[in-house]
Design a binder for this molecule. Sequence first.
Ligand code: FES
Ligand code: FES
Length: 202
Amino acid sequence: MVKKTSSPSLSSTKVSRREALQLTVGAVALTGLPSETAAATGPSTSATPRVTVALTVNGTTHTLDIDPRQSILDVLREKLDLSGTKKGCNQGACGACTVLVDGRRIVSCLTLAAMHDGAQIQTVEGLESNGALHPLQQAFIDHEGLQCGFCTPGQIMSGLGCISEGHATSPEEIKFWMSGNICRCGAYPGIVAAVADAAGRG
Ligand code: FES
Ligand code: FES
C-alpha cells in the first residue's frame, strides 16, 4: 500500500517502493549527469523502443533485445547474469565496472550497449582457462592486492588494459594509469605490486 501524496504522478496510480525510489533518486541525479546517462536512469515503459545488438562476451556471441538506454554494465549483470563486474558509483567515478571493449578498458556503467553492436567484450569471468587463474589474478592473490574484493574485478580488468597499453613499466606509471580505479580498502600497494608482477611475467 502506497501513501497518497500531493504529487499527481504518484497519487494517481499505485507505485511500488522500488519504483518510487527510482523516480526520486533519478530526479535528484539527473541534474548532475551527462544526458545519455540521465536518460538511462528513467524507468522503462511499454512505449520504450527496443534495439537488437550482438555482443561477444568472453568469446560467446549473444544477440540481445535491449532498452537502448541500458549500459553495458546492466546488460552484463541483468541480461547475461555476469555479476563479476561490479556496480559501485554508476557514475564513472570508481572504476569498479571496468571491462575491456574491443581490447580497450572502459567504465561500463557509462557505456551504452546499443552503441557497441558487434563489440568484443572481456570480463573477469573470462580470464581463467581450464580452471587455471590468469597470471594477473594469481598475482593479486600472491601480493594480497585485495581486502573486501569489491573493487577487484575492475582493478584486474584495468590492470590488463594498463599492461597491454604499455603503461606498467614502473610502480609510478602503474599508479598514474590505474588512478581511475578506487579501492576503499586501501589495498593499493598490493594492487600495484600485482600489476607490476604480471607485467613482468608477460
Ligand atoms: Fe562504473 Fe563506478 S560503477 S565507474
Ligand atoms: Fe575492498 Fe578494494 S578490496 S574496495
